[in-house]
Design a protein around this ligand. Structure first.
Ligand SMILES: *Cc1c(COP(=O)(O)O)cnc(C)c1O
Length: 437
């Protein structure tokens, strides 16, 4: 069989030069394609569900900028809002009415979020939420889960300690042992591991941080009872429950994850979708907690460009559009179409894959049984996945370049686009099953 090839020569040239001036040639590690090998296409344009690279190759975009692009590339209304903001002032360092409107759009829609502060990234949101939880409780430790990602703040760059120890160990050079020792690590979907941590440290835990749908080890929904268990441990011990919804906020439902599930958090972090493609993060929560943030209260947190007019214009317009009739139904429809389609295609070729999915975020696992935690994910067939990735890339489908990253669909990924992805998947599986034809 004819294996389609891909000309990436211009991307290769840029990448080689960039590696001399930018660490690894990229401004965020996953973009460098280290886990799949090869050259990342350097993109020049996006429109709806499609992107084009420096060499003129066209791809269906399943990356969606790792989450923000729920409306697809170049939404007309967001573009117009941005043009208007550019013409009236890109930054003031003074309060603006847009920030109030944005705070209204968030607090009216998101449960547990009575008061909200805008920041510039998800990382800033989670770092601030950790400081707030520590300030409010007077305690130092936070508990997180293996495989959950909360940005690159020191407190979150920790791995599980060895053996029976539950104290975290630094997961990057530069994170001090003393910082890591204030972070505890448990296993996602495993309440026994949570109980062990609380048995030992209950009175010093300020907060439990969790992605209510784990989206940084593919897409793993919480088991029945898992979040209820976390809530109960928090209530008994006086710790705060923090939902990190940087990925799921306004992605999985109109009001985020809490629209799908009855357990409520104390503090919530958001990012990605709420910026409409510009850099925005937010943290919010109960009024009594948020009023401890400066200048209403003593916990210091600030930002020169926080609430930036461009970012707020794009975010407001995006949230406004997402409130319209039928948006999430459409996202569910295409999400289901792609997930079931991929499983059917694999099955037709004698392979079994599992797809974790909540609405328009999903991840195909090359494993017969759906993973429930990080060790399950690391046990999936990575070699097969990598072959699938490259086969799809050569056929014009841009997947996230790591088996730990979720696909993100947009309202512009219609049936025709999904059919195109499934056609590429069919040809890729054919190639994988009959290599060398
Ligand atoms: C992406 C992400 C972050 C970090 O957000 P940045 O904007 O990349 O700093 C934090 N938490 C979760 C759950 C994320 O998916």
């Amino acid at each position: 069989m004819n294996q389609p090839s891909l000309d990436l020569s211009r991307s290769e040239e840029i990448f080689a030069a960039a590696r001399e001036l930018i660490p690894g040639g990229v401004n965020s590690p996953v973009r460098a394609y280290k886990s799949v090998g090869g050259t990342p296409p350097h993109l020049v344009r996006g429109e709806g569900p499609l992107v084009w690279d420096e060499d003129g190759n066209e791809y269906v975009d399943l990356v969606g900028s790792y989450g923000p692009l729920i409306l697809g590339h170049g939404n007309d209304e967001v573009r117009a809002a941005l043009h208007e903001a550019v013409d009236t002032g890109t930054t003031f360092g003074a309060p603006t009415r847009g920030e109030l409107e944005m705070a209204r759009l968030i607090t009216e829609r998101v449960a547990s979020c009575e008061v909200v502060r805008l920041v510039n990234s998800g990382t800033e949101a989670t770092m601030s939420a950790a400081r707030l939880a520590r300030a409010a409780t007077g305690r130092e430790k936070i508990l997180k889960f293996e495989g959950c990602y909360h940005g690159h703040g020191d407190s979150f760059l920790v791995a599980a300690g060895s053996g029976a120890l539950t104290l975290g160990a630094p997961d990057s050079p530069g994170v001090t042992a003393s910082t890591a020792s204030n972070s505890l690590v448990a296993v996602y979907n495993d309440l026994d591991s949570v109980k062990r941590v609380f048995d030992e440290h209950a009175s010093s835990i300020a907060a439990v941080f969790v992605e209510p749908v784990a989206g940084n080890m593919g897409t793993i929904p919480p088991d029945a009872g898992f979040l209820e268990g976390l809530r109960a441990h928090c209530d008994v011990s006086g710790a705060l429950l923090v939902y990190d919804e940087v990925m799921t906020g306004f992605r999985v439902a109109k009001g985020g994850f809490q629209d799908l599930h009855p357990v409520r958090c104390d503090i919530i972090t958001m990012g990605k979708v709420i910026g409409g493609g510009l850099p925005v993060g937010a943290y919010g929560g109960r009024r009594d907690l948020m009023m401890q943030v400066a200048p209403a209260g003593p916990m210091y947190q600030a930002g020169t460009l926080s609430g930036n007019p461009l970012a707020v214009a794009a975010g407001r317009k995006t949230l406004e559009i997402l409130a319209r009739e039928g948006v999430y139904e459409q996202l569910e429809l295409v999400g289901r179409g792609l997930a079931t389609g991929l499983m059917e295609v694999a099955h037709r070729h004698g392979r079994t894959i599992s797809v974790g999915r909540v609405g328009s975020m999903m991840c195909p696992y090359f494993a017969p049984v759906m993973p429930r935690d990080l060790s399950d994910v690391t046990a999936t067939d990575r070699e097969e996945w990598t072959r699938f990735f490259h086969g799809m890339l050569r056929r014009g489908v841009l997947m996230p370049p790591s088996p730990y990253e979720a696909f993100f669909l947009s309202v512009r990924h219609d049936e025709a686009v999904i059919a195109r992805v499934l056609e590429a998947a069919d040809a890729t599986f054919t190639e994988m099953v009959h290599p060398g034809h």
